[in-house]
Design a binder for this molecule. Sequence first.
Ligand SMILES: [Zn+2]
Length: 709
Amino acid sequence: MRDCDPDVLAKVAGAVLPDPDARLDEWAEDHVVIPKGAAFSGPYRLAHTPPARRLLQVLSPVDPTARVVAKVASQMLKTQVFICAALGWIDTAPANIIALEPTDGLAKRLSARFSKAAEVCEPVRAKLAAPRSRDKRNTIDAKEFDGGTLYITTAGSDANLAEIPARYLFCDEVSREGYKVKAGGEGDKIKLAEARLSTYEGISKAYFVSSPTDTDDCAIDALYKQGTQEHYHVPCPHCGHLHELVQANFRYTVADGGQRVLRAWFVCPDCGGEIEEHDKLTMLPDVGMGGQARWVATAEGDGMTVSVTLSAFYAPLGSISWKSLAKEHHQAKAAEALGNVQPMRVYTNTRLALTYERQGDSVAHAELVQRAGDWPMRTVLRQILVLVAAVDVQRGANARLEVSVWGFGRGEESQLVDRRVIYGDPEIEDGQPGSPWTELDAYLAQPVRHASGAMLPIRATAIDSSDGQVTNTVYRFCRTRAHRHVLAIKGRRELDRVLGRPTWQDVDFRGTQVKRGVRLWKVGTDIAKGTIYARLRLVRHGAGYVHLSRHMPVEAFEQLTAERLVVTTNGGQSRKRWVKRAGAANEELDKAVYALAMAHYIGIPSWGPADWARIERRLLGQADGETPDLFMATPEQGATVKEDGTDADDADEDDQGDQDPPEAAEEPSATAAPPAITVISSTRPIVPTVAKTGAEMLAAIHRFRAQRR
Ligand SMILES: [Zn+2]
């Protein structure tokens, strides 16, 4: 090489020799380019997301922070910050990097995003080895570079990484199910992942990010609480008051019944001035770029963890807007008022970056009896337009199938239409003498009369297959009735949807194995119970309301209300879960859960006014005005219906004998309780009654009150 200009030489040296003291916020602005096609493509600029600066600073190899925790809204400070940090680590202080995602899909997406970003990052591109095809033996995606390898895999398959030491760790969406410890599985996934860093103690970095989940059961929240718990404060454009943007100060106006948001703004908690979304331009810039905004720590933490939280209110202009957040919030409030808490839970977790406090500890069965309608079983109310069924399978001394038929209408107003107990050993195959399945089949095929006179078929049926002794029998029954939408289901507490995706199961079909013979559907029992209890508490007829008949046996009301939400502690981790009162039966609640899952299966939550109108037209067209409203019905029509409503017979035979008085429920009951039922409600007098049905119980309450007067 010929003599060179010393300035040029210095420039070249600067370009090729990494600076181990580099701070990654500055490094990222110098070297990271957002690839074309992504939002905000072009050179990476912290001006778009000023809150990211602090994260990149503490993720810098020179910074002593060992752990960085971000409890944040969806699409905030997650992948892009990791990609900037990883590229910076590779350039300035290379060593192994492990990146974990909760699902394989997310792992693939991260891998693709990283590769694209690395291709357009000058100092890193030259250091990357040619990409190899995915390792066939396991699910690890490995990207080699000078001085180390980036491993991207799922949290569930992290055992594959057990032997690999790393200096850097990224755990994405740590509150999601992929990180949950499975029963019988190895310990805490997060602890195991952090153990990989032990070789580099003192200089390692771990970056944990996630939207939170439920209060008391949230991994990112637990990590967040170990750190400095920093909030991003911005100055009021009117008075300069530094404050956090929180829901309490958020205002909006809506039109068209909430379909359109006219305006969304904040009020300053100090001067009351109104803050518009475009004020973000002056509010969000931090001290580092001449602004006033800054992270404010609210805790000392453990001395090694910096933790931050950030809501979607801070999203850069051009991504999710305050107006769209207002619309989501408005719709979530409306759904909540109808007993559907899921949208508010999602909004709280993924937009506000807050844990969600699950409501609804219990419902008193006496309250339900008081509100129950005076219609006979097996009569479908006018506003109920579709039917589904749910089957609970019981083995043992009192072997039986318990079936409930539920109806749904607009706004998911629902009705427990019929209950049937079919005695017989569920291990006896359909078609064999004494099998309860044959009778079940006939029962499910029978349509039920609607108030209009039309006949309503059962559109879908869920059968619980979780009892291992009968799983195959249930599979066989469902396999040959798939066309009638008779589904094998299995409840799972932790599933965060009412109905999960199905998985194919092999069926042992009388000696021959049928590969992928039947689909098994997972049902999110905890989330469904939350919805059902919120709805049972509604007192106004209309959307969300649950119609129950006072002609049901009292035990049906008791079973529906047999559970409550409690906080349990397990190995230092507390979590909320639904538990049965000691000794109480809960089949009716289980069936309500399965029926709700079937409502989701046939798509009811997504049906709009036009869908309902079409179903109603078809139904009324079928009825063709031939029969008047059953509930204005003449006595003989009422009698016809009652003839079908054989439920009272079931009640007589249904000798479960374990009806606990609700208040005694805390005590595990060893022996069967006496038939007397003590009704206790917080607001009403204690009424000792001997009642078989809700109607008898109501009558007893009235007698009792009359005596007291
Ligand atoms: Zn102000």
